[in-house]
Design a protein around this ligand. Structure first.
Ligand SMILES: Cc1cc2nc3c(=O)[nH]c(=O)nc-3n(C[C@H](O)[C@H](O)[C@H](O)COP(=O)(O)OP(=O)(O)OC[C@H]3O[C@@H](n4cnc5c(N)ncnc54)[C@H](O)[C@@H]3O)c2cc1C
Length: 174
């Protein structure tokens, strides 16, 4: 595992929550890999104390050094690159890369890592079974990937229903 995913030269991603003026339509927007934010998604709506509607969206970027996620102007600029007409009024973010407990964010793979290593990382070796969502087939590095891997435990393979309820696999015979 360590050889497949060396810490040296690791990718440091960024996640930001933003508040925008008005009630925007629900959307998921994707940009290019070299943009400050590569994904932007509307999550919640609200109304402030003055009765003004607002939208809360979440953004993800592949390189934290490209964006000051605590700065409204910086996030506004990143959002503008999607070609979206929205006005950012507030932002919230945490520096997960330098947090001593997390030390990084979600999995972002370098070219070749998945095609080279994924199959062997997914295999069980005797009693050793890697359950991490980071080596899922779909949604690696996301909560959905974690659920996929939980459902892929020996005895649960190929049983889609149990991916939705992985705990039911525990008592099943292999
Ligand atoms: C900042 C950040 C933002 C994210 N945002 C999103 C998002 O918006 N949407 C999304 O889908 N995903 C998001 N993710 C990714 C998502 O959190 C992970 O993909 C998912 O939690 C992986 O699940 P997992 O069970 O594989 O690993 P984890 O959730 O990391 O669980 C592993 C567990 O094992 C424990 N553990 C480790 N070593 C040992 C040991 N030796 N003995 C016992 N226990 C041990 C750890 O304490 C931990 O509780 C985000 C991740 C980060 C870090």
């Amino acid at each position: 595992m360590a050889a497949a995913f060396p810490r040296k030269g690791r990718v440091e991603s960024v996640k930001v929550w933003l508040r925008a003026k008005g009630r925007l339509p629900r959307f998921v927007a994707y940009s290019t890999q070299d943009a400050p934010l590569s994904v932007l998604k509307v999550e919640f709506y609200g109304t402030d104390t003055a009765g003004e509607e607002f939208t809360v969206a979440v953004g993800f970027g592949a390189d934290a050094s490209r964006l000051d996620a605590t700065d409204v102007a910086s996030v506004q600029d990143a959002v503008g690159r999607f070609g979206l007409d929205l006005q950012v009024t507030d932002v919230a973010a945490h520096d997960w890369n330098n947090d001593s407990y997390s030390m990084n964010t979600w999995a972002v793979f370098r070219p070749g890592q998945l095609t080279r290593e994924l199959t062997s990382l997914q295999q069980s070796h005797g009693l050793l079974h890697f359950a991490s969502g980071d080596i899922a087939n779909l949604w690696a590095g996301h909560v959905d990937g974690d659920r996929e891997r939980a459902g892929s435990r020996p005895g649960c393979r190929g049983r889609t229903a149990r991916i939705r309820q992985p705990q039911t696999c525990r008592n099943r015979p292999r």
